[in-house]
Ligand binder design. Structure first.
Ligand SMILES: CC/C=C\C=C\CC(=O)SCCNC(=O)CCNC(=O)[C@H](O)C(C)(C)COP(=O)(O)OP(=O)(O)OC[C@H]1O[C@@H](n2cnc3c(N)ncnc32)[C@H](O)[C@@H]1OP(=O)(O)O
Length: 272
């Protein structure tokens, strides 16, 4: 397993196909440095390509999930060229940072995030691109960018409305107000809230193991088709899934799932 400055990857337990991916800069509350943006897509790619991985749990090391962009990084990303060249460079830089977050969606394996403590600014960009979100009761959230004189640009404004609704997204992004885990649940930002970090971790581990035991082909297909459906109308979406399944439905996984049903046993699927 590669070494990272800002991340840590652990197998959840021996022989499991669930892996933890930790934001691992607890001394800085997992603030997102330039190293993070270089390393995060690389780590996701390595998990995506590893046939022993069926599901990924994203979490923050230490007391918080993520304190957003590293404010030191932010103050260093200015270029002293002429205005046009500086603007062109900056646009490329923002797109590079965006691509690190989009890597969560590009990963074929499901990413389940467990959020505790702070989830601020860039932290919201990250969780909005995850597939399933859970948090603790004492988690707190803020779409903080406007307070730093920034129009959020790493995906929150594009993904959050589809998760919490346009009105809620607008209110959260314009006010930058802090909201609690319970409110996050009410708005649909997270699927469940837990009284303690231990309860969160236990539940997330079990859900990840459950998903990891299903057909990897069906799980990958479900993630890909659901993500694609956001950009398509109903007719296009149905057409897309028909094409997808015409290529991938007739698999050994289908045979194994039906045999296991009739033999009243748990199915065992091969790696992806
Ligand atoms: C091109 C632009 C792309 C992306 C833009 C994204 C925008 C954003 O992400 S906006 C959000 C920016 N983040 C924040 O405003 C949060 C700032 N941090 C906090 O509010 C708090 O630290 C906390 C997360 C609530 C945690 O509080 P606490 O547990 O009391 O820790 P602290 O004592 O405050 O911090 C400990 C240590 O970490 C450093 N630190 C915390 N956050 C950041 C950060 N975002 N960037 C850099 N460093 C951070 C803090 O300075 C402390 O350092 P010491 O050296 O120990 O003093």
């Amino acid at each position: 397993m590669a070494e990272y400055k800002t991340l840590k990857i652990n197998q959840i337990k021996p022989n499991s196909s669930v892996f933890y991916l930790y934001l691992n800069r607890p001394s800085h509350r997992n603030a997102l440095s330039r190293d993070f943006f270089d390393e995060f897509p690389r780590a996701l790619k390595s998990l995506d390509q590893n046939p022993n991985v069926n599901a990924i749990i994203l979490a923050g090391a230490g007391d918080h999930f993520c304190a957003g962009i590293d404010i030191n990084t932010l103050s260093s990303i200015t270029k002293s060229a002429d205005r046009g060249r500086s603007g062109e460079w900056f646009r490329r830089e923002i797109k590079y940072l965006q691509s690190a977050i989009t890597a969560l969606e590009e990963c074929r394996k499901p990413v389940i995030v467990g959020i505790h403590g702070a989830c601020i600014g860039g932290g919201i960009d990250i969780i909005s691109a995850c597939d399933i979100r859970y948090c603790t009761e004492d988690a707190f959230f803020s779409v903080k960018e406007v307070d730093l004189a920034i129009t959020a640009d790493l995906g929150t404004l594009q993904r959050l409305p589809g998760i919490v609704g346009y009105g809620n997204a607008m209110e959260l992004a314009l006010t930058a107000r802090r909201f609690s885990g319970l409110e996050a649940k009410e708005m649909g930002l997270v699927s469940r809230v837990f009284g303690s970090k231990d309860d969160l971790d236990g539940f997330v581990a079990q859900i990840a193991e459950d998903i990891a035991a299903k057909s990897p082909l069906a799980i990958t297909g479900t993630k890909a088709v659901l993500l694609k459906s956001k950009d398509l109308n109903l007719e296009q979406g149905l057409d897309y899934v028909a094409t997808w399944n015409s290529a991938m439905l007739l698999s050994d996984d289908l045979k194994e799932a039906t045999s296991a049903f009739f033999q009243k046993r748990k199915p065992v699927f091969s790696k992806l």
